[in-house]
Write a protein that binds this ligand. Structure first.
Ligand code: ATP
Length: 210
C-alpha cells in the first residue's frame, strides 16, 4: 500500500513532513510519494518555479526512508488534476494496489470542487489529516457523502484498492507555506518551521524575498 501526497510545496515544511511520517508509520505504508503540482487549478500560482519546488521536496525527503518524490505532474503541461495523476499511477501500479491519497482537512473540504472528484474517491482511499484551523471545514453535504465511506481503522484500507475515507489525528503543526513566505518577505527567519536543507536552498536562490 502506498501514499500519494500532492501539494504546491511552495515551500515544503514540517506541517507536511511530520504528519506524512506519522501516516507512513501508522498505516505501514511502503512509501509516500510527494507529488509537486505543476499549475494550480484551485489557487494562486506558486511563487517558486517548478524546478525550485521539486528541488526543495527532493532536499526535504532525501534522508527519510519511505519518502520519495514523484515529478509526474511537472512533466505534464497544463493544470494539475488529481484525477489525471491517479489515473497515470493506476496505469503504472495496476488496479489492485491500495493507494492512499493524503490531504489536509482544509484541502479535503474542497473535494466536491475537484475535477471528477467522485471517481478520484473510487480510485484511491482518502487519508485526511486534521489541520489546525480547519476543524469545521467540511460542509453538511460532504459529511453526508463521507459517512458511509468512513474506514473504522487503518487496516481496512489494505483490503481494497480504494473507496474509503480515513480521518486521522496527526501532530497539529500550525505551519503554512504562506506564513513562511510572508516571514521571508519581511526579512524574518522561518527557521525551525522547515528542514535546514530546504531553508539553505531558499537562501541560495534568494526565494520569497520582497
Ligand atoms: P499555502 O500556505 O501556500 O496555501 P500550504 O502550507 O497549505 O500552502 P500546500 O502545499 O498547499 O501547503 O499543501 C499541500 C497539502 O498539505 C494540502 O492537502 C494541505 O491541506 C496539507 N497541509 C499543508 N500544511 C499542513 C499542516 N500544517 N498540517 C496538515 N496538513 C497540511
Amino acid at each position: 500500500m502506498i501514499g500519494v501526497f500532492g501539494g504546491t510545496f511552495d515551500p515544503i515544511h514540517f506541517g507536511h513532513l511530520r504528519p506524512a511520517l506519522e501516516i507512513l508509520q501508522d498505516l505501514s505504508l511502503d512509501e509516500i510519494r510527494f507529488v509537486p503540482l505543476n499549475t494550480a487549478v484551485h489557487r494562486a500560482q506558486p511563487v517558486a518555479t517548478a524546478r525550485q519546488r521539486l528541488a526543495m521536496v527532493q532536499a526535504a525527503v532525501a534522508d527519510q526512508p519511505g519518502f520519495v518524490v514523484d515529478a509526474r505532474e511537472l512533466r505534464r503541461a497544463g493544470g494539475s488534476y488529481s484525477y489525471d495523476t491517479l489515473a497515470s499511477l493506476r496505469l503504472e501500479l495496476g488496479p489492485q494496489l491500495p493507494i492512499c491519497l493524503l490531504t489536509g482537512l482544509d484541502a479535503f473540504a474542497e473535494l466536491p470542487t475537484w475535477h471528477r472528484w467522485e471517481e478520484i474517491a473510487g480510485m484511491a482511499h482518502l487519508v485526511v489529516m486534521r489541520r489546525p484551523g480547519a476543524d469545521e471545514a467540511t460542509g453538511p453535504k460532504l459529511r453526508r457523502w463521507l459517512e458511509p465511506r468512513l474506514a473504522a481503522d487503518p487496516a481496512a484500507l489494505a483490503r481494497s484498492p480504494g473507496g474509503l475515507i480515513l480521518l486521522r489525528d496527526v501532530t497539529q503543526l500550525d505551519i503554512s507555506a504562506t506564513a513562511i513566505r510572508s516571514r521571508i518577505a519581511q526579512a524574518l527567519s522561518p527557521r525551525f518551521l522547515l528542514p535546514t536543507s530546504v531553508l539553505a536552498f531558499i537562501e541560495r536562490e534568494g526565494l520569497y524575498r520582497s
